[in-house]
Design a protein around this ligand. Sequence first.
Ligand SMILES: *[C@@H]1O[C@H](CO)[C@@H](O)[C@H](O)[C@H]1NC(C)=O
Ligand SMILES: *[C@@H]1O[C@H](CO)[C@@H](O)[C@H](O)[C@H]1NC(C)=O
Ligand SMILES: *[C@@H]1O[C@H](CO)[C@@H](O)[C@H](O)[C@H]1NC(C)=O
Ligand SMILES: *[C@@H]1O[C@H](CO)[C@@H](O)[C@H](O)[C@H]1NC(C)=O
Ligand SMILES: *[C@@H]1O[C@H](CO)[C@@H](O)[C@H](O)[C@H]1NC(C)=O
Ligand SMILES: *[C@@H]1O[C@H](CO)[C@@H](O)[C@H](O)[C@H]1NC(C)=O
Ligand SMILES: *[C@@H]1O[C@H](CO)[C@@H](O)[C@H](O)[C@H]1NC(C)=O
Ligand SMILES: *[C@@H]1O[C@H](CO)[C@@H](O)[C@H](O)[C@H]1NC(C)=O
Ligand SMILES: *[C@@H]1O[C@H](CO)[C@@H](O)[C@H](O)[C@H]1NC(C)=O
Ligand SMILES: *[C@@H]1O[C@H](CO)[C@@H](O)[C@H](O)[C@H]1NC(C)=O
Ligand SMILES: *[C@@H]1O[C@H](CO)[C@@H](O)[C@H](O)[C@H]1NC(C)=O
Ligand SMILES: *[C@@H]1O[C@H](CO)[C@@H](O)[C@H](O)[C@H]1NC(C)=O
Length: 522
Amino acid sequence: MHSRLTYTLATLLLSAATSVASSHLSEESGIHRRHPAPEDTMFERREPLQARDDSSCIDPDPANTVTDRMNIALNSSGSGYVLSLCPGKQYIITAPILFAAPNQEISTQGYPTGSDRATLVVDGPVFNGTGHTTAVDGTCNNCSGVKLRNIQINGTRLGAPPTGGGANIEMGGRNSGQLIEYVKSYDPRSWSCLHVQEGGLQCNNVTVRNNDIGPCGSDSFQQWADGISMACANSFVLNNLIDNPTDGGIVLFGAPGTRVENNTIWVHNQTLLGGINMVDYDPWQGDYTGVVVTNNTIAGGFATDTTDEDNDQKGTNSEDVIIKIGIAIGPRTWFGDRYKSNVSTSGIVINNQLTGAFGYGIAMTSARNFTVEQNVLVGNTSFIGSRGPNCSSTDQTPNPQPFVIDFNSVQSSTTQFDFTSVPDGDSLTCVMPPQGGDYWPFGGNPDPSSTAIPVSVPEPSSSSSSHHGSSAGRTAGLAIGIIAGVALIGVAAFFIRRWAVARSAPRSRFRRSEYMHNKEWL
Ligand SMILES: *[C@@H]1O[C@H](CO)[C@@H](O)[C@H](O)[C@H]1NC(C)=O
Ligand SMILES: *[C@@H]1O[C@H](CO)[C@@H](O)[C@H](O)[C@H]1NC(C)=O
Ligand SMILES: *[C@@H]1O[C@H](CO)[C@@H](O)[C@H](O)[C@H]1NC(C)=O
Ligand SMILES: *[C@@H]1O[C@H](CO)[C@@H](O)[C@H](O)[C@H]1NC(C)=O
Ligand SMILES: *[C@@H]1O[C@H](CO)[C@@H](O)[C@H](O)[C@H]1NC(C)=O
Ligand SMILES: *[C@@H]1O[C@H](CO)[C@@H](O)[C@H](O)[C@H]1NC(C)=O
Ligand SMILES: *[C@@H]1O[C@H](CO)[C@@H](O)[C@H](O)[C@H]1NC(C)=O
Ligand SMILES: *[C@@H]1O[C@H](CO)[C@@H](O)[C@H](O)[C@H]1NC(C)=O
Ligand SMILES: *[C@@H]1O[C@H](CO)[C@@H](O)[C@H](O)[C@H]1NC(C)=O
Ligand SMILES: *[C@@H]1O[C@H](CO)[C@@H](O)[C@H](O)[C@H]1NC(C)=O
Ligand SMILES: *[C@@H]1O[C@H](CO)[C@@H](O)[C@H](O)[C@H]1NC(C)=O
Ligand SMILES: *[C@@H]1O[C@H](CO)[C@@H](O)[C@H](O)[C@H]1NC(C)=O
């Protein structure tokens, strides 16, 4: 009893400190815009002295030969060849465009960054649930240093159920030094807008930056798709805008040594299962050593009401959308006991910002040697949802709340002080958003049909306050770990209370984000 009281008081005091810090943060906010510097540098480096001759870009017509013409250009031109597409044009392709030699590039002539980027439109046949799904493939055994830049990919799922096959973009493989930048990838027929393959764990150092991703998939059951699916070691995922993914916004399949920084992930009219996922056991056996996830902004749903009629500080969302888990750590958060006692190990999740409506902000179950600190709530937030029909009758799904941790399966980790210990943090994506009602916070984009970024993205805390918060978090994390062990039963009773007695439900089958090695097409 004494321990629990201490814990509660400490939590109260510390969360008061957090709110002060958060409001301070939001005052420093500025609208997130892609940083212009890399683009400028690029133009400086790339733009020829005279405008290029139009004939140097490949003609999209006749469309019935353009797939072959592009593939022949790549497979007959050798290393360093640039396949230049014409600005504003659509290329209707019926098979993947295959990089074929080192340091090749596919890009739009003049490197535009907006709607002038050429578009590859996936248009090959689909039959019996499988078919043409991939627009560009850079996974050949000779594809180190290839670059995909300044183009668009329209995956043309167009509301159909998912098709078996690769992502819109398949990169990585047994290669290193690849680059994907200023690419807009959306509406994939299959499971991801952009997949970087592990290449038998030989893939190294792929940079994915300044891309516009989404929408990806549908939020109907098992029709989900990822924004960015990263399995390549020592990679960089920087400054990407990921709008309306449905499975994971950024899914790290281990990918040890990878840095995920400055990305913005948000939803506007589809519920997203996980903002950033560190849950997949395959193909790296849960190894997240050296992975750093920092300064990303994850924005759940916001009220779409224009006025707060009853002054309760909350409103309705016309599509009832939330992000179920802002950042998910450990296979159990997602897959329950499928991977038994295996854990995600050695990742660092620091200084990320969460805003809007979630089930859980960060959920951590089955992890070892993780550092999770200084992740903050900014602007207005809601933690909402309830047990869905596919929650297992044997799981005690915790109440929605910002930071949940299941100390039964988390070891040797440093965690921020405001985590709540829960007795069972398994299979949390079974929670469902409320159907209607005044639950969503104000402050995001009020128009659900708009794809604009819903929030101003605040500056993260300065380095001096970082240092201070960090040591506090370390101590408190340890203390809570110890106390939670002692007070587990009491805390369990406290948090379980609001759940109705579980109905019997089939063991959930919604674990769609498991790893897919496939690279199939007709
Ligand atoms: C993150 O974004 C900010 C502003 O857009 C930029 O100054 C900073 O360099 C970025 N960080 C990285 C690692 O790209
Ligand atoms: C090059 O691509 C064309 C068109 O897809 C294909 O028919 C041909 O076999 C390829 N050649 C090589 C060497 O891969
Ligand atoms: C790889 O690309 C280089 C440079 O174009 C070429 O010389 C070599 O034959 C290619 N190797 C394979 C296996 O395709
Ligand atoms: C369709 O696919 C299923 C397996 O996914 C296979 O069993 C069946 O034979 C296929 N049907 C046709 C007509 O190819
Ligand atoms: C993608 O292509 C399909 C088929 O051409 C088209 O109907 C759709 O409008 C395109 N999407 C966008 C956003 O342009
Ligand atoms: C990673 O690849 C980039 C090219 O995208 C290259 O400039 C950089 O030097 C590589 N980094 C390492 C550590 O090999
Ligand atoms: C963090 O991200 C925001 C928005 O992307 C950016 O403005 C800021 O400069 C970034 N900070 C760092 C330290 O990269
Ligand atoms: C713990 O994680 C850190 C950061 O990834 C790593 O450097 C260290 O080697 C890990 N320690 C153990 C014992 O795995
Ligand atoms: C995970 O760990 C268990 C031991 O608890 C082991 O039996 C199992 O094979 C491991 N791998 C997977 C994929 O579950
Ligand atoms: C629950 O699972 C079943 C299949 O097992 C699926 O048809 C149904 O849509 C799921 N319900 C929800 C709310 O996810
Ligand atoms: C938070 O919501 C209140 C209304 O409940 C609104 O007045 C305020 O502007 C919102 N704050 C932000 C940062 O959007
Ligand atoms: C989401 O909004 C976009 C416009 O931003 C619209 O094209 C799309 O049909 C909407 N999707 C759903 C599932 O409502």
